[in-house]
Ligand binder design. Structure first.
Ligand code: PEP
Ligand code: MN
Length: 336
């Protein structure tokens, strides 16, 4: 951290800042310029920068090191590649996760999976516990839903991705799912993140509705600090003033995260746009921007979907998208 003093800061004020940061376990490196003095705080653990900002004579604070370590590319320069059976996420192969928003019935999952298998899908998604905005909306089939998605996935040799909403559900998810998803609304449920850190299954962390990239990576750090290093970040759109789409898909988050972190980043253009006709263009853009994969809502008959039908692709639209991605992926060193 660098502390920039006011041009007219006195010697006593400079010394007060130096004494304060030293009292917190940092070394103070004072650099006096002709007009301004800058103090470098080096080596300590944590400090609340506001405490320094409030000292008389301080102009501003410039943070240099990030608050996350394990998730940082400085800590681990090479990309993390997560392997689960015959699938890897974060490597050359794009991770394509597809399936309905919600598990509705065995028939719905079976019909959807049989279509997706024709397009080479190896990771099937489907929510059993749904974080719905209204308590009166369909909340998911619960454990019964997890049993269905597991059975259908096994039939087609696929892996299961599903959202875990609370700590008490973790043992159930470890039994039925291969990848545990943390939803946007739970991105800062630190108790849930901590517990997921003690599991040995990969965790997808969706970006919170209004989360800054740093906060999102800090959520990954929570899981990693518990010992589970298999974390995948998922950009799913953020809240902005724009109302033409359900959320604003932040494509720029992809290169930003790639620079800051070694973790894989995937993109969810279904929740990111909320509209089926926007999903393919945003999927193509995400892959072109360097995403490691996509998570897409696909339903065998979207018009009958109990949840998010308007943003779910028809199976033939998914198949067409895969054809486009086969052309785009090699440009960014990926394949599908
Ligand atoms: C979902 O993927 O089903 C979901 C609810 O997504 P999000 O948490 O991004 O809203
Ligand atoms: Mn959905």
């Amino acid at each position: 951290m660098l502390i920039v003093m006011e041009p007219n800061a006195t010697e006593a004020q400079i010394q007060r800042v130096a004494d304060f940061i030293e009292s917190k376990g940092f070394d103070a490196h004072i650099s006096k310029g002709e007009i301004q003095t800058v103090i470098g705080a080096v080596g300590g653990k944590t400090i609340d920068s506001r405490d320094i900002e409030l000292i008389d004579g301080v102009l501003k604070i410039i943070k240099i090191s990030s608050s996350y370590k394990l998730a940082s590319r400085v800590f681990k320069p090479q990309n993390t590649v997560i392997k689960i059976k015959d699938v890897s996420i974060g490597g050359e192969e794009l991770a394509m996760i597809a399936g309905p928003c919600t598990i509705e019935s065995y028939e719905q999952m079976e019909l959807t999976a049989s279509e997706l298998q024709k397009s080479g899908v190896k990771l099937i998604r489907g929510g059993a516990f749904k974080p719905r905005t209204s308590p009166y909306s369909f909340q998911g089939l619960g454990e019964e839903g997890l049993k269905i998605i597991r059975e259908v996935a096994d039939k087609y040799g696929m892996l299961v991705v599903s959202e875990v909403m609370e700590i008490s559900q973790i043992p159930m998810f470890l039994e039925y799912a291969d990848i545990l998803q943390v939803g946007a609304r739970n991105m800062q449920n630190f108790n849930l993140l901590k517990e997921l850190g003690y599991t040995n299954k990969p965790v997808i962390i969706k970006r919170g509705l209004s989360a800054m990239i740093e906060e999102w990576i800090m959520s990954a750090e929570y899981v990693m600090a518990g010992g589970n290093r298999d974390v995948i970040l998922c950009e799913r759109g953020i809240r902005t003033f724009e109302t033409a789409t359900r959320n604003t898909l932040d494509i720029s988050a992809i290169p930003v995260v790639k620079k800051l972190s070694h973790l894989p980043i995937i993109v969810d253009p279904s929740h990111g746009t909320g509209l089926r006709d926007k999903v393919a263009p945003m999927s193509r853009a995400a892959v072109a921007a360097g995403a490691d994969g996509l998570i897409l809502e696909v339903h065998y008959e979207p018009d009958k979907a109990l949840c998010d039908g308007a943003q779910s692709l028809y199976p033939n639209q998914y198949a067409d998208l895969v054809k486009d991605l086969k052309i785009i992926a090699p440009v960014v060193g990926k394949k599908i």
